[in-house]
Design a protein around this ligand. Structure first.
Ligand code: PLP
Length: 409
């Protein structure tokens, strides 16, 4: 008898509601990458046919992304992903400035927090802008923080755990008036709303392909023309701003993924149609006992990411239920979702504090440590239709009952 090659039946594919962690490749992206692996596999710095083909594909990718974002091609710097883009923006900027103060929000991604920690070692101070109960910047607290010795400001545009969209135009104008350099972490925003870099009052912008159905391992940093920036990784590529042979097939994939997003946005008047799927899910869930919305109202398009829903679930007696346990209980029912920022190997959420598992982001929003361990994130993408989600409310109700029953009384 032939050895078994695996289980008899593959498990049904789970409902993938974890778009903010990463996304499945779009078929068109797969095709673009396959073509690039076959036709443009050379080193784009080589001076022969294979090199020239790769260089052409590399620049085609750069031009495409620049065109879609309203940037000049030379303002696009490729790197490995969001984390590297953010760290290049902050550490690379600080290396060109005398030490001063970095202002970030209290709800940044750990990549920004990590860069801030390095800057502290280099003689900088760091101030954190407070946020309100919805995770939105408290603009009333902003002005004093923008005074000297602040030189650098970095803000997460779309918050990955609670979906808040920060008022970038206001912040940008205030920074411009004071000559402060502003970086924006647009990792969750890219592909979900039109971005016109030429009109944004921002100096640096980070993005990553894998959040928009592109491949992992490729990100971009937009760098305002003429801005001095030290590389994080030295080398001749990317005009000296990021060393290392460029991964042309990944860049082709990034460019194809962004083009798809742009087409989708354009076809829907600049609004991400996936919001309809998220809105339908929220309509089915809102008002259910024990469920509380985290972050801004989904109907407030100006203030909430279109693909994002986050909830706090409570059991009997109003006790907050651990988000990680809910995620596991939902996974057993075929629903893949997240309990916060997904960047930790444990899946506990990179925003979780080391000792309590509570989310830094929710703590900063004023939730108690117990509540801050109870965040649940459902984030959707174009691979889902409204009708696919019909079973999610029942699965969530079951998961809540299971986790609640298992908690010690
Ligand atoms: C807002 C935000 N910034 C930065 C990152 C880091 O991006 P990457 O995973 O590409 O390093 C993420 C990823 O979760 C994110 O959501």
């Amino acid at each position: 008898m032939a050895p078994a090659l695996g289980p008899d039946l593959p498990a049904p594919p789970p409902l993938y509601l974890d778009a903010c962690a990463t996304t499945p490749l779009a078929p068109e992206v797969w095709e673009a990458m396959e073509r690039a692996w076959r036709e443009s596999w050379g080193n784009p710095s080589s001076l022969h046919g294979q090199g020239l083909a790769a260089a052409e594909a590399l620049e085609r990718g750069r031009w495409g992304v620049a065109e879609d974002l309203g940037a000049a091609p030379e303002e696009v710097v490729w790197c490995s992903g969001g984390t590297e883009a953010i760290q290049t923006a902050l550490l690379g900027s600080a290396a060109t400035l005398p030490p001063g103060r970095l202002v970030i929000s209290a709800v940044e991604h750990p990549a920004t927090e990590a860069a801030a920690a390095v800057l502290v070692q280099r003689g900088w101070t760091v101030a954190r802008l407070p946020v309100d109960r919805q995770g939105l910047l408290r603009l009333d607290a902003l002005e004093p923080l923008l005074a000297p010795p602040t030189r650098l400001v970095s803000v997460i545009w779309g918050q990955s755990e609670v979906g808040s969209l920060q008022p970038l135009a206001t912040l940008g104008d205030l920074c411009r008036e004071r000559g402060l350099r502003l970086h924006v972490d647009a990792v969750q925003v890219l592909g979900h709303q039109p971005i016109d870099w030429s009109a944004l009052p921002v100096d640096l912008l980070s993005g990553a392909a894998h959040k928009l159905q592109g491949p992992r391992g490729i990100g971009l940093l937009l760098v305002r023309r003429g801005l001095a920036l030290e590389p994080l990784i030295g080398g001749a590529q990317e005009a000296g701003r990021r060393g290392g042979t460029e991964p042309v097939p990944l860049i082709a994939g990034f460019s194809a993924a962004l083009r798809l997003c742009q087409q989708r946005l354009r076809a829907h008047g600049g609004r991400d149609p996936v919001a309809r799927v998220r809105d339908a899910l929220w309509r089915d869930l809102r008002g259910r006992p024990g469920l509380e919305l985290l972050g801004p109202d989904p109907e407030d398009h100006q203030r909430r990411l279109p693909h994002h829903l986050s909830l706090l679930a409570r059991g009997r007696g109003g006790r907050p239920l651990p988000g990680r346990a809910l995620v596991r209980a939902l996974a057993r029912r075929g629903v893949a979702c997240g309990s916060g920022s997904a960047c930790s190997a444990l899946g506990s959420g990179a925003g979780a504090t080391a000792t309590t598992g509570a989310s830094r982001v929710l703590l900063a929003m004023g939730f108690s440590p117990e509540e801050a361990s109870a965040g649940l994130r459902l984030s959707v993408g174009p691979w889902l239709r409204e009708e696919d989600l019909a079973g999610v409310p029942a699965a969530l109700a079951e998961a809540i009952a299971e986790v609640d029953a298992a908690l010690p009384r």
